[in-house]
Design a binder for this molecule. Sequence first.
Ligand SMILES: Cc1cc2nc3c(=O)[nH]c(=O)nc-3n(C[C@H](O)[C@H](O)[C@H](O)COP(=O)(O)OP(=O)(O)OC[C@H]3O[C@@H](n4cnc5c(N)ncnc54)[C@H](O)[C@@H]3O)c2cc1C
Length: 572
Amino acid sequence: MAAAGLLEARVGVALADHPVLREADGRPVKFYDGREFQNWGRTVRHTPALTFVPRSRHGVREIVRWSIRNNKRVRACGYRHTWPDLYSAEDQVLISMLRPADVETLPVTHPPLDPDSDLQGIELVGTVEEDGTTKALCRFGAATSNEQFRQWCLDEQRGDWEWTLPLNVIMVEITLGGSNAPICHGAGLRNRTLSDLVHEIEFVNPRGRFQRVSDPRQLKAAAGCFGLLGIVTAVTLKLDPMTFATLQPTKPRLGLAIPPPDGFPVPAGVDMTGIADADLAAARERFFAQCEHEYYAEWFWFPFQSEAWVNCWRNDGARADAQPYPAEHEVAAQEAASYFIETSQTSVFADMTDREQAEFFGSSAQAAVPSDVTIVTPLIEALHFRRGIHNFRVLDMEFEIPIPPRADDPSKPDWSICQQAWWDVIRNVYERPDAPMRVALEMRVMGASSMWMAPQRGNRFGTCSIEVLTNARTPAADWRRFKQDIADLWLSYTDHRGRPLNTRPHWAKEWEGVRYRGQTAVGYLRDEAYAEQIPRFRAGLRAVAHDGGYSVSDLRRFSNPLLDRLLRDVFA
Ligand SMILES: Cc1cc2nc3c(=O)[nH]c(=O)nc-3n(C[C@H](O)[C@H](O)[C@H](O)COP(=O)(O)OP(=O)(O)OC[C@H]3O[C@@H](n4cnc5c(N)ncnc54)[C@H](O)[C@@H]3O)c2cc1C
């Protein structure tokens, strides 16, 4: 990588063999020459030929046109929070939708909406009736962050507590363009994915022209297409009227938060003393009810803790009782704590054994989350209940397991699959000598998705969305072995007739390098898990391409080596 000073000196400089591309106001588009790219999780690293940092839709279009003329591929990035290699590639073009300094530097800062950039912005553009509710149509510049929208929702001069997204990623340091591309989600059985909320998507297509898609059939492909249709400049999402969540987090004993499945060999490390069958039965009923009825359903186990953290809540609070949450000083404390953990990894953590690290993080995290309180807060706050996440780099593998039908009544969901997936991890963690899961086991229950490429598609009873997280100090080989062991367990589940469930990983989390039922990731996803969906995805892209006057093979412009292999049949 070139020295930072040199890079800074080159910003915006019109070198003889480099482009002078213009923003909408005539100023040159900033660019970096040969600047190394790394994602936030440090799992992807390469050096694009040029990294552009546009501040206008016009500038994005100029970059795409320049890439076409110079036969370069071009892809974008937001906060770079995606773990797999879904970014640009060596010697190609990268469009950084945010200023590199704002995303590469820890601790996080939260720049306000840039009034001079039409790639950022939040504008109500209409309403639509859906499910008996009037929803607002909200156009977001693709570089707008969750944090900017959260602030907008609560600002009396702007959103004024009127509208909210019904679901979102927990972390606020995420762009709307970035979270739509790999089909991100929140929690709750009635909630689908962010891409399911897209009413219209605008991008610069392979002809170097702006194109908008709002046909619901085309959106099933276009709203969650990994950036393949082009560089997204805006998304219009459907917002719900603001409602108020009633958070009542609890810290039950691990054995009672999600009780083990019947007959499960609970590891000796989990204290089950004094827990009677009747307690387990009551806990199971409560857990099933949480899965089915709570607006938001999420469970955490921080490593080696005797209690879980249950973050399930209703969305039935009164506006009069609602307060912003977390309060400003709590946000500052959470951000500082995460940053402290991040920076301690080379000092405090360095002298600890693997297990001590896991226990240290586990107990700190468990102490930091609230319980036995009732917090009424605007929905948008409840969705982003934890801050400072960006300040602590982690690794993360997440799978979406379809909830199967019950054997005794196939018209009903069999929630025991969630118990199994949860306890298989806990048992594995206790039984192994290393401690590769040092941050958390997290499970959410959510709905299905209509997006062709969503891992939740077809899950008619809902989805068990479950993930394991660790810190950057975990030895790579330990983490790799653990991911494989857990993937083997999660992929082993069948329905009551013995048919394997169509379990698929979250596109934005770590799925490369894991073997799936004996196959490579690409082989499994392309030829098995998405075998039926890819042709439909292709048909959707083809319809969009037809409207834009190009063909699907032109979409290679916006692909990269991993997507080439995964979506080989799309480009054919
Ligand atoms: C700590 C952590 C917690 C997370 N929690 C959740 C969670 O709760 N739920 C969930 O579903 N996901 C979660 N994620 C995953 C995260 O939501 C995704 O990685 C998301 O894509 C990140 O957004 P970003 O702005 O960083 O985009 P990036 O990671 O920078 O980009 C994501 C993808 O979108 C493409 N892209 C970005 N912008 C554009 C554009 N304008 N046009 C075309 N393509 C574009 C990129 O090429 C890339 O393929 C989490 C990630 C982290 C690191």
